[in-house]
Design a protein around this ligand. Structure first.
Ligand code: GTP
Ligand code: MG
Length: 391
């Protein structure tokens, strides 16, 4: 059930959700924290508010640094290649050595914890595409100052690689990383449901999507949003969600990121035994869709399998475009699995769909080479597509 707040505290939260600038948000949250009730029912909101405040202060600092003239290190890394993948994990797990071995990036490797303090990108080639891996500072409750920054990098990425070390209990490390990210609204285990709220619209509060609210009705959602002075909104619900999930979505959208756990240092004695515990745990939570691979950055074990694993975990396909009587493009367009000719056309140019006549397809999705298809034809990895348009 949504937290039972005093009208004063509720008003501060509403002020936060309406705030436009980082400064306004910080002020609203500080005020909320100073008047919020300390009882059990408000515990989650209080925790959230403190974390959010830390994130916002970090963002403000970065913004100021930027304004002073680009000085200082960048926290976010510009996306390059087919997908950006954040490489996160506890101190000393081997993140930097892995990123170095996989991409050649010159990132600092050291035999002491907290050696990486800034994100460092590198490109991992896979077939004819590349994935951008981003090495990050250590993620640990012992270093709270880095947590918002790392969660921000993970939020911004297309997928997350979690590196744990088989030097000691990898399950404990995995759970800590998972929980720290979740506390900042980044989920690496598939949640039961997701909520997305779009403010505005003409029709009051609408609940849309294929999911359901397990502990309330549309009326309850209306009442909940009214407390935030939101009277018009589209609430998209997928899977099973609670009113609490909806309240959190008002304050901040949560994201789900496909994840692969790399159990590193598999070369060490006793690693197999420790790996088993994590393997059994994740196998028991198969529906959460977290994938696992034992590796060794030192010996190179399984490093050649990561590209393919990422490709499948990301759920993407490569499509080659061609002009009539010409060779297909060398570099593919990368699209989500299940994409259609329409998605490809939109990707190429915003006008393409409007002037579309038909397409010809060669490759796995074509019944025969050069099959003539329409906009709704579903593409597959390796397809070659020739689009014919009115101009
Ligand atoms: N035996 C063994 N040692 C490894 C392996 N991978 C990394 N190491 C060692 O573990 C130590 C830490 O490696 P880093 O790559 O700096 O670890 P990190 O996770 O980036 O550490 P922080 O940046 O401090 O979070 C170094 O001494 C590495 O040589 C591995 O697969 N096997
Ligand atoms: Mg490092």
């Amino acid at each position: 059930m949504p937290a039972n707040l005093t009208p004063e505290a509720q008003a501060k939260l509403a002020k936060y959700s309406e705030a436009k600038t980082i400064e306004e948000k910080i002020r609203a949250l500080e005020e909320f924290l100073s008047v919020a009730p300390k009882h059990k029912g408000a515990e989650n909101l209080l925790l959230w508010a403190r974390r959010r405040l830390a994130e916002l202060r970090e963002e403000l600092e970065e913004q100021r640094r930027r304004r002073r003239g680009g000085g200082g290190p960048r926290i976010f890394v510009e996306k390059e290649g087919a997908a950006q993948v954040a490489v996160v994990g506890p101190p000393n797990a081997g993140k930097s050595l892995l990123v170095h071995r996989l991409t050649g990036a010159r990132t600092r490797v050291a035999d002491y914890p907290f050696s990486t303090l800034l994100p460092v990108p590198g490109m991992l080639p896979y077939k004819d595409i590349q994935f951008q891996l981003v090495d990050t500072p250590p993620l640990s409750r012992e270093a709270p100052q880095y947590i918002p920054r790392i969660a921000g990098i993970a939020r911004n990425a297309d997928a997350v690689i979690i590196v744990v070390s088989l030097e000691d209990d990898p399950l404990r490390q995995y759970i800590e990383v998972r929980d720290l990210l979740a506390e900042h609204g980044v989920y690496i285990e598939k949640p039961r449901g997701t909520v997305r709220i779009e403010k505005g619209g003409e029709h009051g509060v609408q609940v849309l999507g294929t999911g359901r609210i397990v502990d309330g009705t549309v009326k309850d959602v209306e009442r909940l949003l009214a407390r935030y002075r939101i009277y018009r909104a589209k609430v998209y619900v997928e899977g099973e969600v609670t009113l609490d999930d909806i309240e959190m979505a008002v304050l901040r959208s949560s994201v789900y990121k496909p994840a692969i756990v790399l159990a590193n240092k598999a070369d060490l004695p006793g690693a197999g035994e420790r790996y088993r515990r994590l393997y059994e745990y994740l196998r028991g939570r198969r529906e959460k869709s977290v994938w696992l691979l034992p590796v060794s950055a030192r010996t190179g074990l399984n490093l050649d399998r990561l590209g393919e694993l990422l490709f499948h975990r990301l759920g993407i396909i490569r499509v080659y475009t061609k002009k009539p009587n010409a060779e297909p493009s060398r570099t593919p367009v990368v699209l989500p699995r299940g994409s259609t000719v329409r998605d490809l056309a939109e990707h190429i140019h915003s006008d393409m769909v409007e002037y579309f006549l038909y397409a010809r397809v060669w490759g796995p999705s074509a019944k025969y080479p050069g099959e003539r298809v329409g906009l709704d034809h579903v593409l597959e990895d390796g397809d070659i597509v020739e689009i014919h348009s009115k101009r």
